[in-house]
Ligand binder design. Structure first.
Ligand SMILES: [Fe+2]
Ligand SMILES: [Fe+2]
Length: 621
């Protein structure tokens, strides 16, 4: 339901000047409803004069110049005060206003009755006005939110948002507005920063982007993807307010229907995988500490390199200290697995569910794609690890791979619980949900998982005693898919959801997944290093597999909406940061193996940012 008219009536009483500014803004769109021809001058006391001309197929509203006075062709001159203009726009007849002394008309008065057509049909929305080429007045639009947003919608929510609009190409439109939402009370809008600490989020954009957003020319998700809009702080309240603004303009019906449908699915799915939605406190202390900092743990025996931080003392290997640079052995990695065990069913997704249903469909689809590649990836790596386990060249390797198999199954259950209970995927079982997401994947994903991993897993199944093949398999699985793809994507997504207060239950679970993945990679590197030490020929196998697989696998980072794999933005990160991170992680591990890494231009689909550039931009290094 469109609230414009109700809001306008209230505004006309309480703040007639603001109401008039809004009406004037919508005028070019509204006058198109007047049956042509008509040509008049509108003067609003204290605000100015405009010449309005409607002829066949053409409607113009232009400020009147003083020298226009007395020129020919005018049907009438209409003079009113801001309240009169607002009342007229809200549907009060010009005649009634004339009788009430609010409106003065000089000239052909009968023609002025045609103005009633302006209030016909649906109200002219701000989007209509922007699309009709109106001069957009952001100050009036922000202030109007106090009247446009129904306080009922805001029940249970309390937050402050700042909107910083930079000048557009014409150098106009700049300003900062603060919108305060206060749990069922009327919104408060001002230009002063909040007195009680910073806003929950600051939305930064320029005036041209603002106009395109207001006019519906671009969607909020597109604004984010194209880096036209930047959000510092929490995204959820920005999304909420965006939905309320749309609702006030009668543009939220489709999203409301989607939200209602997804809520039904969410309710039906409660308890998938035994979920209990507690506070998640059952997960162990080691896991808790990993989540707090959400930094990958240093279990690979290499020095911290920017995003790693120091190893948690709680996670120091059993049986004493390792020398710097020394890799964890299989026994230590096993003990670490025992300490780091965690429980999917205890994760609390209650906030995640609310955040998900509030998110408009377009942004949901972007998230579904990026999480989907993990979701189905985890199921694939679970299934494809089994041949490795059967072909393990030693008992120690077999036991570690058995722990990893449990981990990968847990990761698949974690994603499936999120997909079923939060994302409200339509299907009712894991494999069919998987197929829903598989349909979103791009060719490089299938080439990496079908032609790469599944292929080598099948070959290992056929020749379990072939150590060369096993080395190739571990390179594919641990060094490329986990080491290059999974950990890079995880770090980027985790940093993004942490920075923007998104999906706390997911954050917790995904941090634990990341912790497990680091342990798996640590195993892979340890295995490959030992194999190479025994027979340097295996080094060539690793180098060959890396050179063959990585150039194609790195295309998995490129989202479906990107036209150019060498230049795109995903989760707010330019591709050069993604590729830089992935490349350096690989290079570091290759160095541990005593192997050379081909130059980035041979492996990555686009340029890579240097560590200095990444650090300066606040990106994962
Ligand atoms: Fe995994
Ligand atoms: Fe893994």
């Amino acid at each position: 339901m469109d609230r414009t008219r109700t809001a306008l009536r209230q505004m006309a009483q309480e703040d007639p000047e603001l109401a008039a500014r809004l009406v004037l803004q919508a005028l070019p769109a509204a006058v198109r409803r007047i049956p042509p021809p008509i040509d008049y001058e509108l003067t609003v006391t204290g605000l100015g004069s405009w010449r309005v001309a409607v002829h066949d197929g053409d409607a113009r509203v232009e400020p009147s110049a003083a020298e226009d006075g007395g020129r020919d062709g005018l049907d009438f001159r209409l003079e009113t005060d801001p309240a009169g203009l607002a009342a007229m726009a809200a549907g009060t007849s010009p005649l009634r206003l004339m009788l009430g002394g609010r409106l003065r008309i000089r000239g052909k008065r009968r023609r002025a009755l045609k103005l009633r057509a302006m209030a016909n049909g649906d109200d002219v929305s701000i989007a209509d006005a922007a699309a009709a080429g109106a001069e957009i007045d952001p100050d009036a639009i922000f202030r109007a939110l106090e009247y446009l947003i129904d306080p009922e919608w805001t029940r249970g929510h309390r937050f402050t948002l700042a909107y910083e609009i930079a000048p557009g190409a014409k150098g106009t439109g700049a300003g900062t507005w603060c919108v305060r939402v206060n749990d069922g009370h009327r919104l408060q809008v001002g230009t002063d920063p909040p007195a009680d600490g910073g806003p929950d989020a600051t939305v930064k954009l320029d005036f041209d982007t603002y106009k395109r957003l207001i006019g519906g020319e671009i969607t909020p998700a597109q604004g984010m993807r194209e880096q036209l809009t930047d959000i510092e702080g929490e995204i959820y309240p920005v999304t909420l307010l965006g939905r309320w603004i749309d609702r006030s303009q009668g543009r939220d019906d489709a999203e409301l229907a989607r939200e209602c449908h997804q809520r039904e699915i969410q309710a039906r799915r409660a308890g998938t995988w035994g979920g209990i939605d507690g506070n998640g406190s059952g997960n162990g202390a080691a896991a808790e500490s990993a989540v707090k900092s959400s930094l990958p743990l240093q279990v690979e025996g290499t020095t911290a390199d920017g995003d790693g931080g120091a190893a948690d003392p709680a996670l120091a290997p059993a049986g004493g200290r390792r020398a710097p640079g020394e890799l964890m052995g299989y026994g230590e990695l096993y003990a670490l697995w025992e300490r780091q065990n965690w429980r999917v069913h205890e994760l609390d997704f209650s906030v995640d569910r609310e955040q998900w249903v509030t998110t408009p469909r377009e942004a949901q689809e972007n998230t579904a794609w990026s999480l989907g590649s993990f979701y189905i990836g985890e199921e694939r790596v679970t299934a494809d690890l089994a041949p490795f386990l059967l072909a393990a060249p030693s008992g120690e390797v077999e036991v570690f791979l058995a722990t990893q198999l449990v981990d990968e199954a847990r990761h698949a259950a974690f994603f499936d619980r999120f997909g079923a209970e939060v994302m409200a995927l339509e299907s009712d079982d894991l494999r069919t949900r998987m197929r829903e997401l598989e349909a979103m994947m791009m060719p490089p994903w299938f080439e990496t998982f079908d032609d790469g991993l599944r292929d080598v897993a099948n070959r290992i199944k056929a020749s379990p005693d072939d150590l060369d093949l096993f080395v190739e398999g571990i390179t594919t699985y641990h060094l490329v898919i986990e080491g290059v793809l999974a950990t890079t994507g995880q770090r980027m997504i985790l940093r993004y959801v942490e920075d923007h207060g998104l999906y706390p239950g997911f954050q917790k679970g995904f941090s634990l997944v990341e912790q497990d993945e680091h342990r798996h990679i640590a195993f892979g590197v340890r295995f490959l290093r030992d194999a190479i030490a025994e027979d340097p020929r295996h080094g060539e196998t690793v180098e060959r597999a890396v050179a063959e697989l990585v150039p194609n696998a790195a295309h998995v980072f490129c989202p479906p909406y990107a036209d150019d794999p060498s230049d795109f933005v995903s989760y707010g990160y330019h591709s050069s940061y993604v590729y830089g991170y992935a490349y350096r992680k690989l290079k570091r591990r290759m160095k541990v193996l005593g192997l050379d890494t081909p130059p980035p231009e041979d492996l990555m689909p686009g340029p890579i940012a240097s560590p200095e550039e990444a650090r300066a931009a606040g990106m994962p290094v």
